[in-house]
Ligand binder design. Structure first.
Ligand SMILES: [Zn+2]
Length: 383
């Protein structure tokens, strides 16, 4: 067992991190204090960051043994010297980074290193990045920073040039399936279909394999696109995709919001049913605002997931049309894929792929999702 077990298909990166953690034990003179972990979404950037933190705090024979107190507390998220900053909203605030920077100055209390992880460093605005810059440049001797982003280009050159880069690759679907079987006890065949459909995004593959509502939503999204023939169909399909994504965002966000609200009430000493006194209202409003921002982010993620599914579906159509002989992503839709491939041309499919990519871009740039999705669905029509 090791803390690196949950990283699928990342042998090269694991080798680098293991060596760095072993080197760090010998006084830490050759230690890199600032790291930039990159890799496509779902490849395990934050899993790698947490595992590396565990390996640094590890007191077992082999760094990252997974069994010692250091390893276990880091993996459980309860080690006092390891902090993870994650953004559930679309941007990381300057205040949260300032707080982290000030804590980075303190020596570790329980372990060998103080480790600060910023999960989505690409969600920082430039002025926020500047707050971080100095901290990363001259960290105290026992402090390690790990920033995670999809690609090195997502952070400013000034940050990038001060960090040691570690790149994660897209794991093969087989490696992802292996992890789902071993870690989550998922049936091997289902795990492989899900890993393919999720294009090796570990989290999405797990959700697809383990959660029937997620599976159903993907199927409905793909089927709706497949059925679009008229403009009326297109408008309806866009609306349905929108509704399903919103529903998904609500079901993930709603429970959390209720819990946060209840926690705040309790910490303010309010009895159940007791009205919120005016003096406390601003705190509840702030909580509600955070919840809204989180929901916006979750909705955006849900649309994006649906659009990625559609992209993969039409990529499969193109593969059949070009007789490329590559494995299909959506093996469970093989019949529909060959039907469309037969009825249309590769040129049309390329046009569709461009429209889907455009819709993703527009939604990312805050165009009303309904408009972007309708325009896309209209391009999907088969007349
Ligand atoms: Zn250990």
């Amino acid at each position: 067992m090791s803390v690196f077990d949950d990283l699928a298909g990342q042998d090269a990166a694991i080798g680098v991190l293991r060596r760095a953690a072993m080197d760090a034990r010998s006084g830490g003179t050759g230690m890199t204090h600032s790291w930039l972990f990159t890799g496509p979404p779902g490849s395990g950037r934050s899993t790698a960051a947490r595992a590396f933190a565990a390996a640094l705090e590890c007191t077992g024979d082999e760094a990252g043994c997974g069994e010692c107190h250091g390893c276990r507390t880091v993996m459980a998220g309860s080690h006092p010297d390891v902090e993870i900053l994650a953004s559930e909203v679309t941007t990381i605030t300057v205040a949260s980074v300032r707080e982290l920077v000030s804590r980075a100055q303190a020596s570790p209390t329980a372990g060998a290193w103080r480790v600060l992880i910023i999960k989505e460093a690409d969600r920082m605005l430039e002025r926020t990045t500047n707050v971080l810059l100095k901290a990363i440049e001259e960290p105290p001797p026992r402090t390690v920073w790990i920033l995670c982003t999809p690609s090195p280009r997502d952070v400013l050159t000034t940050i990038r040039s001060r960090c040691r880069g570690l790149n994660l690759v897209i794991p093969s679907p087989e490696k992802v399936a292996e992890l789902l079987v071993r870690r989550d006890g998922i049936d091997p065949e289902r795990a492989l279909v899900a890993a393919r459909a999720a294009q090796s995004h570990v989290g999405a593959a797990k959700a697809l394999a383990a959660d029937s509502t997620v599976r159903e939503r993907r199927e409905l999204n793909l089927r709706a696109a497949y059925r679009v023939r008229t403009t009326g169909d297109a408008v309806l399909a866009a609306k349905e995709l929108l509704d399903r994504s919103e529903e998904q965002a609500k079901s993930t966000g709603g429970a959390r919001e209720d819990r946060d609200h209840a926690d705040l009430r309790r910490s303010m000493g309010l009895a159940p049913g007791e009205a919120i006194p005016p003096a406390m209202r601003s705190q509840f409003k702030q909580l509600a605002d955070e919840g809204k921002k989180r929901e916006t982010r979750q909705k955006r993620d849900a649309f994006d997931r649906a659009l990625i599914d559609l992209l993969s579906f039409y990529r499969d159509v193109l593969i059949v049309q070009l007789e490329a002989g590559t494995d299909l992503v959506n093996v469970d839709f093989e019949r529909e894929i060959s039907e469309i491939a037969d009825a249309t041309t590769a040129e049309k499919t390329i046009d569709i792929l461009e429209h889907i990519a455009l819709a993703r871009e527009r939604i990312g740039a805050n165009v009303a999702p309904q408009l972007a999705l309708e325009a896309m669905m209209i391009a999907l029509r088969r007349g």
